[in-house]
Design a protein around this ligand. Structure first.
Ligand code: PHE
Length: 341
């Protein structure tokens, strides 16, 4: 019996199945009702008492080895089949449990695009890795302007001409260089600034830039466009206020406030009890910028504006900490899709 078991072990060891049928034959031969194992266990009853212990161990080992072989080969066949896609059932219902939701910044960005597209603005995009010309020089930044300082801008040490754009105004230049007026476009995109990360600042954020260049474009057009946007974005009773400001690429320049949409302008902690919150920068395109881009400022004029998508989103959804937008916490992210539209 000892010899027999040895032979069977060698047979099991050497066995491999090319087909499922072969495997089934093998299973029947060893584990079937009239198979090798049952025969041996039947014989075991006649084994002399002094050999019983040793034979019992050998027999159990044989049984385990046979089973392990069968299991391993069966698994191989199953893996092969599922790789072929045989168990792919396209008629099964879709699992709806883990549907994603749109990011709050994208919900608001899309809404902003929609508002401007209703009055004829089309969308263009520019690169996030920019050069000095498009981000600064063409936009009339003086060589010593503080925004060029290493503190604010991400430069590349080896080539300070290459930067991460600090604003989407760079796309104004790219578009004006290639397009002749009339131009009525918005430029959404991500921008980068070298700032310490806190609840109110981040090293990157999103902007939407607007540019309108044509004959006879006036400050009144700018104001009316901004009023339209504020009313559409927040509510019909939203008021706007333009305060004189400075940007190298616009003249005159303004910062725009809206009546605080959280307290309706009465004054609250969000608007620091002023009733107003700042939402964007804007102005008439500086004639130098038009010239730099090959557009004749004697013939054409234009306005531009730029605003932070995070800022608008904070106002609409009352989000207090900028960092939430990039932490990927689904408990935060899931709250917005249904809250809007
Ligand atoms: N680029 C300015 C900023 O990032 C915003 C702006 C855009 C101002 C267009 C005026 C006109 O702060």
């Amino acid at each position: 019996m000892r010899e027999q078991i040895k032979q069977y072990l060698a047979e099991i060891d050497a066995f491999s199945a090319k087909t499922k049928d072969e495997l089934e034959q093998f299973r029947i031969r060893f584990s079937g009702k009239k198979g090798v194992l049952n025969d041996l266990f039947a014989e075991f009853k006649n084994v002399a008492a002094e050999e019983r212990k040793e034979m019992g161990v050998l027999l159990n080992d044989l049984k385990n080895k046979a089973q392990q072989k069968i299991d391993a080969l069966r698994e191989n066949f199953e893996a092969e089949e599922s790789a072929k896609g045989d168990d792919l059932d396209l008629s099964l219902p879709v699992n709806f449990d883990f549907q994603g939701s749109r990011h709050p910044l994208m919900i608001i960005r899309n809404r902003m695009i929609e508002i401007f597209s209703r009055i004829g603005f089309t969308v263009a995009e520019g690169p996030e890795i920019e050069d000095d010309w498009h981000n600064f020089s063409a936009l009339n930044f003086a060589p010593e302007h503080p925004a060029r300082d290493m503190q604010d801008t991400f430069f590349i040490e080896e080539n300070p001409d290459i930067i991460l754009r600090t604003h989407t105004s760079s796309v104004q230049v790219r578009v004006m260089e290639k397009t002749s007026p009339p131009i009525r476009m918005i430029f959404p995109g991500r921008v980068y600034r070298n700032e310490a990360i806190s609840a109110r600042a981040h090293c990157f954020f999103h902007q939407i830039e607007g540019l309108y260049v044509d004959k006879n474009v006036s400050f009144a057009d700018l104001r009316q466009t901004m009023l339209y946007f504020a009313k559409e974005m927040f509510s019909a009773d939203t008021r706007i206020r333009l305060r004189p400001s400075y940007f190298p690429f616009t003249e005159p320049s303004a910062e725009m406030d809206i009546s605080c949409n959280l307290c309706g302008g009465k004054g609250c902690s969000f608007c620091k009890y002023t009733g107003w919150v700042e939402i964007l920068g804007c102005g008439m395109v500086n004639p130098n910028v038009l010239k730099n881009c090959g557009i004749d400022p004697e013939v054409y004029s234009g306005f531009a504006f730029g605003m932070g998508v995070e800022r608008i989103t904070n106002l609409v959804f009352n989000v207090k900490d900028l960092r939430m937008f990039s932490e990927n916490d689904v408990r935060f992210l899931q709250q917005f899709e249904s809250a809007w539209q």
